[in-house]
Design a protein around this ligand. Structure first.
Ligand code: BES
Ligand code: MN
Ligand code: MN
Length: 464
């Protein structure tokens, strides 16, 4: 029987080329102009699951992009792993900042990936990481090493809020029934410091519109006597943090879970260099909520950030104008127990409250989702930990991430199962940014580690 290591050695080139073929299809879910390509990517995933040995595959229609479902049921008495991933990607802009075109994948070496990385939009988030599971399944079915049942559910709207999946899951509970959900859509600390993601933040995303005069005005004729919506919006936004960088919205922190001293001490053991952190992103100093470390600020603490702000004249040269309107897009990253709908409402009430009479303010909620924490005393966590020990030769460190996969809390609510987040990306892989990439070593390491998760999860479940 072939081992996973020898199987990878033999099929490495093909594994890389297949991923490259999928990365060439620009499946940008946010932009309707890419609709055909998003659908073509769904077909690609469907075909790949068929070839990898699923006995049933299906394109499940939804109000939006389809969900690709696949399964291989070998014995109803054995446990079932449900794999989730997404085939859609973020828009590639700003395109001019890419060193090579986002949908023409190339392999280059980087500091963190001396063995090469594939540069393309979606390489790490999430096509590369999702496809590791397809190739791990191929290995297990081709070599008689699949120890349990497996189901795949791959969606095409993760980057725009997973609305169709939220519609699909409650309607297909039986079909999706499982013992554990397995996801590779997060990261790890470093290639020689494996970690398992044990937390995701929630999200509330809103857009605000501030309207002053009923038309754009001459900034000389009216300036000084009329509220300038851009000035007002800036001031309102600035007031959302106090001098300790705490968020000023009344009630915002009410449900925030405070970690014990012991938990914080445990967290602080994860290796971290503030100097490397600063130099990797070119900043002079870190910034954030008083009395919390950088790692705490971006994992166990909630945030409020402006993601975009516009209004007035932004073209070439100067135009003297007081704009009628100003806009901003604002995200709040939330921690477990903060309800995203409550927080959205608190934001809306507060932002409308602090607006002066000289302007009108409209707050439009976009999408959101709950945070999530994975317990580490479960069979699933132990199986994942053993799998990393086997292939990395080190025990992985549990680490909470600052990112969000809002659908995970819905899985728990509807399907009553826990999620294990086995991410193989690095923070330096530039997901959502120009020059996104995924290390070839990471890709192959993921394919190598996943079958061990199945093995240990099945063994531990049977011997429970
Ligand atoms: N895969 C990411 C989330 C992620 C990345 C979590 C790295 C932890 C580590 C996912 O595709 C994503 O981008 N999520 C969005 C939220 C979504 C509602 C658009 C996010 O976190 O901004
Ligand atoms: Mn993702
Ligand atoms: Mn993403």
């Amino acid at each position: 029987m072939s081992t996973i290591q020898s199987y990878i050695k033999e099929h490495k080139e093909r594994f890389i080329n297949e991923l490259i073929s999928m990365l060439k299809i620009p499946s940008v879910s946010a932009d309707k102009a890419y609709k055909k390509e998003v659908l073509n990517t769904a077909d690609f995933v469907l075909e790949s699951l068929k070839k990898a040995g699923c006995d049933r595959v299906e394109t499940c229609e939804t109000p939006g992009y389809p969900i690709i479902y696949g399964e291989k049921i070998i014995d109803k008495n054995l446990p079932t792993v449900l794999v989730y991933g997404h085939y859609d990607v973020q828009p590639p802009d700003p395109i001019e900042l890419w060193s090579s075109p986002p949908f023409e994948p190339v392999i280059k070496n980087t500091k963190n990936h001396p063995e090469g990385a594939i540069f393309a939009r979606g390489a790490c988030d999430d096509k590369g990481q999702m496809y590791m599971h397809v190739k791990a399944l191929e290995y297990m079915t081709n070599t008689g090493n699949l120890p349990c049942n497996v189901k795949f559910m791959i969606e095409g709207e993760e980057e725009v809020g997973s609305e169709s999946l939220a519609w699909f899951v409650p309607r297909n509970k039986e079909k999706l029934a499982n013992d554990v959900i397995l996801i590779s859509d997060t990261g790890m600390i470093a290639n020689d410091i494996p970690s398992i993601t044990t937390g995701l933040r929630g999200l509330s995303y809103v857009e605000v519109e501030v309207t002053g005069p009923n038309r754009d005005l001459h900034s000389g004729l009216y300036g000084g006597a009329v509220a300038n919506p851009i000035n007002i919006l800036s001031k309102m936004i600035a007031s959302l943090h106090d001098e300790n960088n705490r968020i000023t919205i009344p009630g915002f922190y009410d449900k925030v879970e405070e970690l014990s001293k012991e938990e914080r001490t445990e967290m602080a053991k994860a290796p971290f260099s503030i100097e490397n952190y600063k130099s990797a992103i070119g900043i002079g100093d870190v910034h954030g909520e008083e009395n919390y470390t950088t790692n705490e600020r971006n994992s166990i603490r909630p945030t409020l950030d402006v993601n975009g702000i516009w209004g007035g004249y932004t073209g070439e040269g100067a135009k003297t104008v007081i704009s009628s309107k100003a806009y901003a897009k604002i995200s709040m990253r939330l921690v477990p127990n903060q309800d995203w709908k409550d927080i959205t409402q608190l934001f809306k009430n507060h932002f409308e409250n602090i607006a002066p009479k000289s302007v009108k303010v409209v707050v439009k909620p976009h999408h959101g989702g709950q945070g999530y924490v994975t317990p580490i005393d479960t069979i699933a966590y132990k199986a994942a930990s053993k799998a990393y020990e086997t292939t990395f030769g080190k025990t992985p460190i549990p680490q909470r991430s600052g990112g969000s996969i809002p659908i995970v809390s819905l899985f728990e609510k509807e399907l009553k199962s826990k999620t294990i987040l086995m991410g193989f990306g690095l923070n330096s892989d530039a997901i959502h940014s120009p020059d996104e990439h995924f290390g070839i070593w990471n890709y192959l390491k993921g394919i190598e580690t996943i079958p061990y998760f199945y093995k240990y999860f099945t063994e531990l479940t049977i011997n429970k």
